[in-house]
Design a binder for this molecule. Structure first.
Ligand code: CP3
Length: 374
């Protein structure tokens, strides 16, 4: 096995890692959330013979589907193929991925006594297949591998609701009605996430992304009181690993400042917020990722190109910008559209030297401080 520290050193000069650190580099790095699977015919053909869980549990297959989008699109980073519920599933929680729906948990966790169903994760024993996938990828990839985990709130939302939700009413009921149980649950989930991410980095992941996909269901007060301390602990405990830490959630326009305060090196901005406006909500020194509307890829390419250029303009050539979608690739997406987006970002995106990069949109109006070139 290659030494993970040597691997990370190998990618330290890649555009993606340099952008995460705000260091000079020559192309705007791009990758797509949910780039692996769903939209790719080569993924679907593997899925014809195997369930989602079988793919995750078979390192050769999981590595293959991680590599597929990198080969096809030419992205500047790979994201590990697994799921945010994989660690808790390995602890014996009955969670299945229902196609077209997402994770379904039966029975859910709603009461103090249900906490006994969770225990600490020992990654080498509980999820060896995930780590073996990381090891294969670390050797095979020419671009950095992003490890990931679900943030405590988002994983809790699946466990407490029993599946995807629009209102998060069971989750919020627990949060408001039994604060002690809530904090114990999030504390346990934070520990599981920390163990999982540390192990991925030890096996060679070059960066990590914490997905708090559904945090946007919360107002800032509740986020700060009920969620932030746990996500903050995750980031703190990863600080010594020396890899960039990305923090992303959907509909988090009002939470961006708090999500940066949780300790991220890079904050993901979803498509609802103009990129420059979102960036203005993140402190200097924290990078930003995003944020092309994913559904645009379902329309004509000239519109995609125009809006890709708009994202680049709003990024203003900042050396700490990473191009991405504002959320995941939709399954209906024509992969050739994403291939063309990567080409466009690479050929037209410009990165300024850190000293010439425009300052943040300090007045927060998103209208003038960032220099715009036509
Ligand atoms: O491509 C990648 O991003 C890498 C692999 C990955 C998957 N899930 C594979 C997957 C990653 C990073 C995730 C994270 C994940 N899982 C998140 C956070 C990211 C986000 O998009 O906000 C969330 C919220 C989940 C929970 C989950 N798992 C959902 C919402 C779904 C989709 C259900 C569907 O079919 O639309 C899943 C299943 C899942 N995870 C699939 C894949 C490729 C589809 C499974 C299939 O049918 O093959």
């Amino acid at each position: 096995m290659i030494d993970p520290a040597a691997l990370r050193a190998r990618h330290a000069d890649s555009p993606f890692i340099r952008a995460c650190r705000g260091e000079p580099h020559d192309i705007v790095p791009v990758w797509f959330m949910r780039q692996a699977g769903r939209a790719l015919p080569e993924y679907r053909s593997i899925r014809e013979g195997h369930t989602f869980e079988e793919v995750v549990h078979t390192p050769e297959l999981a590595a293959e589907v991680t590599l597929q989008p990198v080969r096809r699109y030419g992205t500047d980073a790979a994201i590990l193929f697994s799921d945010i519920v994989t660690p808790v599933a390995s602890l014996g929680i009955d969670v299945r991925i229902k196609p077209g729906v997402g994770p379904v948990v039966d029975p859910p966790i709603r009461h103090r006594e249900d906490l006994a169903r969770l225990r600490h994760l020992e990654p080498e024993l509980d999820v060896p297949y995930v780590l073996d996938t990381v090891s294969i990828l670390a050797e095979e990839l020419d671009v950095p591998l992003i490890g990931f985990a679900g943030a405590p709130f988002t994983v809790a939302s699946y466990l407490v609701e029993g599946g995807p939700s629009k209102s998060y009413s069971h989750t919020k009921a627990l949060m408001y009605a039994d604060e002690l149980t809530w904090h114990r649950l999030l504390d346990q989930l934070a520990s599981i996430t920390i163990a999982s991410l540390k192990a991925q980095v030890e096996r060679g992941a070059s960066a990590v992304q914490l997905f708090d996909s559904w945090a946007g269901a919360l107002n800032p007060l509740d986020y700060e009181r009920h969620v932030l301390p746990h996500s903050q602990r995750v980031f703190e405990e990863l600080a010594d690993l020396g890899v960039p830490r990305i923090h992303f959630g959907v509909a988090t326009g009002e939470l961006l400042g708090l999500m940066a305060a949780a300790g991220a090196d890079v904050v993901g901005i979803d498509w609802r917020v103009p990129l420059d406006v979102g960036r203005a909500r993140i402190p200097e020194g924290v990078g930003f990722q995003g944020n092309l509307e994913p559904a645009l890829a379902l329309g004509p390419f000239d519109q995609v190109a125009e809006r890709t250029r708009d994202v680049l303009r709003r990024a203003g050539g900042a050396p700490d910008h990473i191009f991405n979608l504002g959320h995941g690739v939709l399954p209906e997406t024509d992969p050739s559209v994403l291939e063309r987006v990567v080409d466009l970002v690479h050929t037209e995106g410009e990165v300024r030297a850190p000293a010439d990069a425009p300052t943040r949109d300090v007045d927060g109006r998103g209208d003038g401080d960032v220099e715009v070139s036509a």
